[in-house]
Design a protein around this ligand. Structure first.
Ligand code: NAD
Ligand code: UFG
Length: 331
């Protein structure tokens, strides 16, 4: 059985659907700090399979011990964490406490119960801003905010664990920019309040909930002056976890992989692609740069292709269509 922490969230829920497709039994732990309980019922409908669920915070050691005692867990996919970059700057302790302490509690419980396989949700944000593009797994790591440092620290903790005990197998997945949604339109990304990220902002402009998009920076050294990112369909990302899980069956130690498409897309290209794919109009204004943003960020995906045998299937058009389906079906 696979334990999925944060399985009610955006990427975790899509991964649970793909795990069910491959007949894996799963148990989710989530405290709903950034998701809704209703997701669990929806997941069971989509997956046509009973997914076990425990409402708990990862830092609740007793509950965690109970979960490992109750279920026959052999691997863990660890999504649970706080992820808002700006919030992490104003609330660093909360971020280190939740992300780092949560992971330590999880690793201790795993160790106590002899479970030594983990897939961890890391981020492209662990790469130093001075690296050339595309980013390779061997590039220099450094961060600019507490959220990023929490990922960096967790990567280090997991590497140290693998050094201390050669039985451990850990895959560090460095995600680029996940967007899109399950084809049913029933699960997707639904941030509360005003979205920080580009795609949820665009879909809310398209549905009339927000008036216009603010394009953060139009003077970057890029083709159209706007920031370039590597957007990846969340289902492609979810499938990367299945490949990583297979990998842990035959390999020990800690290894990092980029999960992206390897292709960059600018903000204005995304706006145009969204309008074309959905027939909607996205009014926008060109605004100042957002502090801390990079001009360009995209992945070298060679390692995941060669070693995991994983590559993305879905392009920007499908990402836009699926994001829009989820938003337009949302009540
Ligand atoms: P999400 O917020 O939708 O999902 C995270 C889930 O974890 C939520 O359901 C939340 O309730 C739960 N959670 C948080 N802290 C918890 C705790 N202490 N105990 C139990 N449950 C807890 O986020 P997501 O977009 O699905 O991201 C999943 C992971 O991937 C996170 O670790 C995030 O940092 C990482 N990541 C996300 C992105 C992105 O752009 N979405 C990019 C890079 C990395
Ligand atoms: N952008 C806008 N307007 C908006 C929101 C975003 O123009 O309202 C622009 C940004 O300036 C950037 C691009 O759209 O050029 C993408 O921005 P996002 O906020 O969607 O994504 P980021 O690349 O800034 O950050 C995301 C996650 C981080 C993660 C990082 C790398 O939010 O948590 O990807 O994985 F660390």
């Amino acid at each position: 059985m696979i334990l999925v922490t944060g399985g009610a969230g955006f990427i975790g829920s899509h991964t649970c659907v793909e795990l069910a497709e491959k007949n894996h039994d799963t148990v989710i732990i989530d405290n709903f700090s950034n998701s809704e309980p209703g997701v669990i019922d929806t997941l069971n409908q989509i997956a046509k399979r009973q997914i076990q669920f425990v409402e708990a915070d990862l830092r609740d050691k007793e509950k965690l011990d109970e979960v490992f005692s109750t279920y026959d867990i052999d691997s863990v996919i660890h999504f649970a964490g706080l992820k808002a970059v700006g919030e992490s700057v104003s609330q660093p302790l909360e971020y280190y406490q939740n992300n780092v302490t949560g992971t330590l509690c999880l690793c201790e419980a795993m160790q106590n119960h002899g479970v030594k396989k983990m897939i961890f949700s890391s981020s492209a944000t662990v790469y130093d801003s001075g690296n050339d593009m595309p980013l390779k797994e061997t590039d220099i790591l450094s961060c600019t905010n507490p959220y990023g440092w929490s990922k960096f620290m967790i990567e280090q903790i997991l590497k140290d664990l693998c050094t201390a005990d050669s039985e451990w197998s850990v895959v560090l997945l460095r995600y680029f920019n996940p967007i899109g949604a399950h084809k049913s339109g029933k699960i997707g990304e639904n941030p509360s309040g005003i979205p920080n990220n580009l795609m949820p902002y665009i879909t809310r402009v398209a549905s009339g909930k927000l008036e216009k998009l603010h394009v953060f920076g139009s003077d970057y050294p890029t083709l159209d002056g706007t920031g370039i990112r590597d957007y990846i369909h969340v289902v492609d990302l979810a499938l990367g976890h299945i490949k990583a899980l297979e990998y842990t069956k035959h390999h020990k130690g800690a290894v990092a992989f980029n999960l992206g498409t390897g292709k960059g897309c600018s903000v204005l290209e995304m706006v145009a692609a969204f309008e074309k794919a959905t027939g909607t109009k996205i009014p926008y204004v060109l605004d100042d740069r957002r502090p801390g943003d990079l001009a360009v960020c995209y992945a070298d995906t060679t390692k995941a292709k060669q070693i995991l045998g994983w590559q993305t299937q879905f392009g920007i058009e499908k990402m836009c269509k699926d994001s829009w389906r989820f938003e337009s079906q949302r009540k």
